[in-house]
Ligand binder design. Structure first.
Ligand SMILES: Cc1cc2nc3c(=O)[nH]c(=O)nc-3n(C[C@H](O)[C@H](O)[C@H](O)COP(=O)(O)O)c2cc1C
Length: 184
């Protein structure tokens, strides 16, 4: 049986959704099953985490927090997430060097404390000023956020490959009883 990975994402302007889609595509190329869901769509939120062997969960960062849809997803599925191999990612910091620095980009400790993810990776994001609402434009003007697409696709694909390797290896034994996939 091929391992089935749920890739769930909360995105406002699409940059983080594209990262999730890239992760899903990479997992599929490696022979895993990957289902990418958009947590801002009610129909997608209805998906049952228990139907999947592992979860990758990501959100855009706004004002130092994950989007509400991602936080609600964690609360609604806490025990199922804690029982599966779990990887988290955030998309936020902008510029070169990226700001804010990783330590200050997002506050997640309380939300994820008992989930014990394998990793929480913070990716640089994208800011397209033309797509922002009035209040968002005001915020980015005040903090002087740099405009542009700072996503590092090599880093994103490397990360996705590391997830495949972990799912194929011994790293998850004991947590889910081990996974298999069709490619090995
Ligand atoms: C109003 C506003 C507030 C933001 N706040 C943060 C923040 O606190 N920390 C951070 O790292 N990035 C912050 N960002 C950057 C976004 O998280 C980044 O552009 C992200 O890639 C957007 O993802 P999305 O297109 O999926 O919504 C902010 C962007 C906007 C427009």
């Amino acid at each position: 049986m091929r391992a089935s990975v749920l890739v769930a994402v909360a995105s406002r302007h699409g940059a983080t959704r594209e990262i999730a889609e890239a992760v899903g595509a990479s997992l599929r190329r490696s022979g895993l099953e990957a289902t990418v869901i958009d947590l801002d769509q009610a129909t997608d939120r209805a998906i049952d985490v228990a139907d999947h062997d592992a979860v990758v969960l990501g959100s855009a960062i706004y004002m130092g927090r994950w989007r509400r849809s991602a936080r609600d997803f964690v609360e609604a599925n806490r025990s199922a997430l804690a029982a599966r191999p779990l990887w988290l990612f955030s998309s936020g910091p902008l510029g070169d060097p990226p700001e804010p620095a990783e330590d200050h980009a997002v506050e997640l400790d309380d939300l994820i404390a008992d989930l014990m993810p394998y990793e929480h990776r913070i990716f640089t994001g994208r800011l397209d000023r033309a797509a922002l609402g009035v209040r968002e434009k005001a915020v980015v003007r005040i903090v002087k956020a740099p405009e542009g697409d700072f996503r590092d696709w090599d880093e994103i694909f490397d990360w996705a490959r590391s997830i495949t390797e972990a799912l194929r290896g011994d790293a998850i034994e004991g947590r889910s009883g081990g996974l298999t996939d069709g490619a090995t």
